[in-house]
Design a protein around this ligand. Structure first.
Ligand code: UDP
Length: 237
């Protein structure tokens, strides 16, 4: 499958057209941003690790009968996916308190949550992705009530499967962000599932193995992505 014109360049990925109007190529870059893109940097080889990690996780979720945009990994940094009309909602699922939840509600980081907590954020860079509720989704016409119900169900199911998969690899899934889109009348899971958008802690040491190492200047950033890739993909990564 050949790369054609660039559709969109984001912070961590570039989207290209292909000769099939239903399929696009996601190209994974090494660029990293944090704090609404105020902090920028490069995480060496991140694109390669993230493409591999995401491919394995999408494939796994597909086997669990969760519909995703994933078609196949094409190369080190390229993934073939179904073209989506992106729903402008970032769906965050949390199993432990961290990040903006800890800040907003004054909860100590690392507190286990009895039930997964779901949050919606409005995908809008100019507004710095604000937290929204179902009424805001309706007000902004981001999704129909039926779609919101589907997103919730899907996100909870993805959490269930990912937690189990990652637990077996000695990784705690603290929280993560998902994006969904429409494709010929179906809602598919899109974007990526990588340490850029998930908090992953080592089960034994509770060491952070995700983008928080970059956000907080904790060092050994590349090493963390490499180790996560190794545990998830099980190859010589
Ligand atoms: N997240 C993301 N993109 C965003 C905001 C958050 O991928 O624009 C992920 C983040 O990596 C974490 C989860 O969503 O795994 C929850 O993030 P949180 O709301 O705590 O925000 P943060 O404090 O990380 O900015």
């Amino acid at each position: 499958m050949e790369r054609r014109g660039k559709i969109y360049e984001g912070k961590a990925k570039i989207l290209y057209e292909t000769d099939n109007p239903d399929l696009v190529i996601q190209y994974f870059k090494d660029e990293a941003t944090a704090f609404d893109a105020q902090k920028r940097g490069i995480i060496e080889q991140k694109g390669i690790y993230n493409n591999r990690i995401s491919s394995v996780l999408f494939e796994y979720l597909g086997k669990q009968r969760i519909r995703t945009h994933f078609v196949q990994q094409l190369s080190d940094r390229e993934m073939l996916v179904k073209r989506l009309e992106i729903i402008k909602i970032e769906v965050v699922v949390r199993n432990m308190s961290a990040g903006s939840l800890s800040k907003r509600l004054g909860l100590e980081e690392g507190m286990p949550l009895a039930e997964p907590v779901l949050e919606f954020f409005y995908k809008n860079d100019a507004l710095n992705d604000p937290l929204i509720n179902d009424d805001h989704v309706r007000l902004l016409n981001l999704a129909t009530p039926q779609e919101v119900t589907a997103l919730r169900k899907r996100a909870v199911l993805v959490n269930h499967h990912l937690r189990e998969f990652l637990d077996k690899r000695d990784l705690i899934l603290v929280d993560f962000k998902l994006e969904f889109g429409r494709h010929h009348g179906q809602i598919l899971l899109g974007d990526e599932i990588t340490p850029d958008g998930c908090r992953l802690w080592d089960k034994q040491t509770l060491e952070k193995m995700d983008k928080d190492r970059f956000r907080r200047d904790l060092g050994k950033v590349e090493e963390a992505y490499q180790e996560v890739c190794h545990r998830i993909c099980g190859d010589g990564a």
